[in-house]
Write a protein that binds this ligand. Sequence first.
Ligand code: AMP
Ligand code: GLY
Length: 429
Amino acid sequence: MRILVVGNGAREDALSWRLAQSPSCEAIFAAPGNAGTGSRGANWEISATDGKGLADRALREDIDLVVLGPETAIAAGVGDRLREAGITVFGPNRSAGRLESSKIFAKRFMERHGIPTAKAIVIHSLDAARSALSQWKGGVVVKADGLAAGKGVVIAPGPDVARAVVSDWYEGSRIPGGGLDLLLEEPIRGREVSVFAICDGRAIVPFAAACDYKRAGDGDSGPNTGGMGAYSPPNGFPDDLDDAVRERILAPLLRGLLAEGEEYVGVLYCGLMWNAAGPHVIEFNARFGDPETQVLVPRIGGDFAMLLHSAAQGAMDLSLATVSPQRCVGVVLATSDYPRSSTPLRGLDSDVSLPQGCQAFWGASTLADGTVSSGGGRVLTVTALGETLDEARSRAYESVKGLAGRLGSAALTYRTDIAAPATWQSERG
Ligand code: AMP
Ligand code: GLY
């Protein structure tokens, strides 16, 4: 198969790395790709949201499978354009992708179909927000409706802070992601886990799960980020995690999709909060997670490309790939100003090779004249496999220290507590 991965982050580097090793893969491409994807196949200079440009080139290049990485591509209707051109796509069309691109659509969908989630009210104006908050008791999660690259959620300890947030957003016309719509939601306590389910339009099955560290600093301090590290499989959750997700979330979700005429093809990321009452959906994403993908793919064996191809063709065959019981830990090396801003870095060593079982994936970057330029922000995700979580963590941190030195950039920083017992034992919310 000739495979195209759409996107340019470490998630796409990781997908391209694993897809390229699939027995059925003849050639791999990325658009626009990064320093990592460019080291194993051609990068096309086409934006991830340019559906027509991607469809034209994919037809010319005889692409057999397109894997959509980022939510922006899905929301821009890239899946729709490619399918109209007769190309096989792993990733939902724009309509089904509203499970991620509109938090209000997702919330109402969950309410209609009995999927456990936090209670929320939909708000379209500052007056409505103030009036709802005047009656509010306790914490408030304020969520902008649209895609906001991780900046659309504020967890307020009470209605006063929430009032200040919504006043600032409405009065400054700066609701993250644009628009005038938001949700005010009850906080749920528990432990977070991301479950990745594969859907072929007719069936949906949990495939693998991971835990992600969203805050910038150690001990979950500092602002929310796109994710500073992850590990897989999750630790300290009930053994029947998959069964509970299948029964309580995926079964009603699939019934709802079919009843509403939505055809979901791709991976569905279920962001869950787990407590004594079981799983509750915090958010759906219509794609693989970043950095979760970087810790999932090292565990995947068999023909991952054929698995995604079978799902994209409406007849998913899970036996085509395996997920090993090994543990994988991933640590993100980021510029120290992330997430406030991102300092571009130039002249980085392009050789980020690591010992067997360890792998580094480039974030948004370009390779020219043997060196890498990075836009800054999340520069690299460094991963390691191990038989135990402790072993995977120590190998990951050994590699991080080595690479940070080799890259020679003082601007790079990372969390030191990814997958540490103190972080996975604690309850949040
Ligand atoms: P999201 O961008 O929707 O993933 O939200 C960002 C983070 O906010 C999540 O990863 C959770 O840690 C937190 N969060 C969102 N909704 C809730 C909720 N209802 N209760 C508690 N935490 C939440
Ligand atoms: N790691 C969070 C996300 O991909 O949305």
